[in-house]
Design a binder for this molecule. Structure first.
Ligand code: GTP
Ligand code: MG
Length: 171
């Protein structure tokens, strides 16, 4: 059949935000892992949508590994940035990491799409995607298309909406 267009995606965000859980859920059921552990360094994952074949660099969000992120920026054609919307204490850390990312020389002047997942929306004390967007000052992103979805990485809610948006940006 037709070969799908291949796209390299960087999956970034703080440790414990749910990056690996989300990427795992986007894979076909028979390829999903049952138990997910904190990522060491990074992991390369693949999944497909109707028209695209995604290669994801699922980076560790732990502080000691965050300096690895920038080595993959040049290769990234899209970014998925995951936020734990119940982690109010570290929202400012997520904001700082996002600013550092968006100001990096390999990202700054490129119109690459950025998809945000305000993840863990199932938790009682989680913030809405609107609130997360305000705390991260997403309205200040003027030079890149971006979109935020509330998500539940465990159940998979919100993921399709996000990936559909990403696919539309890349076509
Ligand atoms: P690092 O690899 O360390 O950067 O973390 P990560 O961002 O990949 O997080 P991971 O996917 O390992 O998930 C961290 C924890 O959050 C796990 O216990 C997941 O089961 C849990 N988790 C992920 N998504 C959700 C969600 O939407 N809701 C809830 N309640 N828990 C979630
Ligand atoms: Mg991980």
């Amino acid at each position: 059949g037709l070969k799908k267009k291949e796209i390299h995606v960087l999956c970034l965000g703080l440790d414990n935000s749910g990056k690996t859980t989300i990427i795992n859920k986007l894979k076909p059921a028979n390829a999903q892992s049952q138990d997910i552990v904190p990522t060491i360094g990074f992991s390369i994952e693949k999944f497909k949508t109707s028209s695209l074949s995604f290669t994801v660099f699922d980076m560790s969000g732990q502080g000691r590994y965050r300096n690895l992120w920038e080595h993959y920026y040049k290769e990234g054609q899209a970014i998925i940035f995951v936020i734990d919307s119940s982690d109010k204490l570290r929202m400012v850390v997520a904001k700082e990491e996002l600013e550092t990312l968006l100001n990096h020389a390999d990202i700054k002047h490129r119109r690459i799409p950025v998809l945000f997942f305000a993840n863990k929306m199932d938790l009682r004390d989680s913030l809405s995607s609107v609130k997360v967007s305000q705390l991260l000052c997403l309205e200040n992103i003027k030079d890149k298309p971006w979109h935020i979805c509330a998500s539940d990485g465990l159940k998979g809610e919100g993921l399709q909406e996000g990936v559909d948006w990403l696919q539309d940006q890349i076509q």
